[in-house]
Ligand binder design. Structure first.
Ligand code: CP
Length: 309
């Protein structure tokens, strides 16, 4: 990965936030802002093909990558896992090998297995760039980058911001991508939620505290979806119990600073992580995150294609 003196980022693959320097993150944020404010329109020297290979459900990531690809004038190759040769036993490796062999330049992939991408980027045969759209409970770099864009839009910096990540942290690839990067960018991190969904390994990034201890001080409250599909049976709470103990209720909303913002990667379990009518409240940036996701994915794809050029 490189960044030119004028801030243009080139990336070979985007699999984890750990691969990006702080300057590259800021470069991608500025580029996404330029797309958002219609200051740039990239022209590529040749036709590029992109395939979105989603082996786990998605609305935002899949469709915002698709819109970003179309806005950039890329050729989008349809792929539906359910009607592909995956159903005849084809492995992920062989699916991506096929995409590479037929000339697909970029594969955006979401898959339930953590680190699924490693054998793909290590392959000497596969030429397609890999963009990780989420690997199990591992990483979700494009979500992290759009979250960073949303915070940067609100505050113009990360340095010294008090950011609280709340909820199902152990199962959240969004939390893992964000905690690494936000700490490196100078934010002060706090974690909250059920202790059974917290790991001591997160202590290197921030401090575990009770929600009500910090709610009045936080600049950013980043709520996480309760990931029922990744829980063992029985390891759950009723909606009402979770909401009362760990969720953003109206009472907690009133305690927050006027300048604070609320984030959630979505999909939202309304009435669980957040009271349903706060999803579109003035301090909420949940819809802005979705909009920013499309512009950030334009910046990511452009950086990947810069890498190919
Ligand atoms: N935030 C997010 O990754 O949403 P989707 O699962 O709908 O893509």
């Amino acid at each position: 990965m490189t960044i030119s003196p004028d801030g243009i980022v080139s990336i070979k693959h985007l699999t984890s936030m750990a691969l990006l320097s702080n300057d590259e993150v800021i470069g991608l944020i500025k580029r996404a802002q330029a797309f958002k404010h219609q200051q740039i329109k990239p022209v590529f020297k040749r036709q590029f093909f992109v395939a979105n290979l989603f082996f786990e459900n998605s609305t935002r990531t899949h469709k915002s990558f698709e819109v970003a690809e179309k806005k950039l004038g890329l050729e989008v190759i349809e792929f539906d896992a359910a009607s592909s040769s995956v159903n005849k036993g084809e492995t992920l490796y062989d699916t991506v090998l096929t995409m590479s062999a037929i000339g697909v330049d970029v594969c955006v992939i979401r898959h339930p297995d953590e680190h699924y991408y490693q054998e793909l980027v290590d392959s000497r045969t596969i030429q397609s760039a890999i963009v990780n759209g989420g690997d199990g409970s591992g990483q979700h770099p494009s979500q992290s980058l759009l979250d960073l864009l949303t915070i940067y839009e609100a505050f113009g910096t990360f340095q010294g911001l008090k950011i609280m990540i709340a909820g199902d942290i152990t199962h959240s690839r969004v939390a893992k991508s964000n905690m690494q990067m936000l700490k490196r960018l100078g934010a002060e991190l706090y974690f909250t939620g059920p202790e059974s969904w917290y790991s001591k390994s997160f202590d290197v990034y921030g401090r575990y505290v009770a929600l009500d201890e910090m709610i009045e001080q936080v600049d950013v409250l980043m709520l996480l979806r309760v990931q029922h599909e990744r829980h063992d049976s029985g390891a759950s709470f009723s909606k009402e119990t979770y909401h009362a103990q760990y969720g953003l209720t109206h009472e907690r909303y009133k305690w927050m600073k006027d300048t604070a913002i609320i984030m959630h990667p979505a999909p939202v379990n309304r009435g669980v992580e957040i009271s349903s009518d706060l999803v579109e409240a003035p301090r909420s940036r949940i819809t802005a995150q979705m909009t920013n996701g499309m512009f950030m994915r334009m910046a990511i794809l452009e950086a990947i294609l810069n890498g190919k050029a």
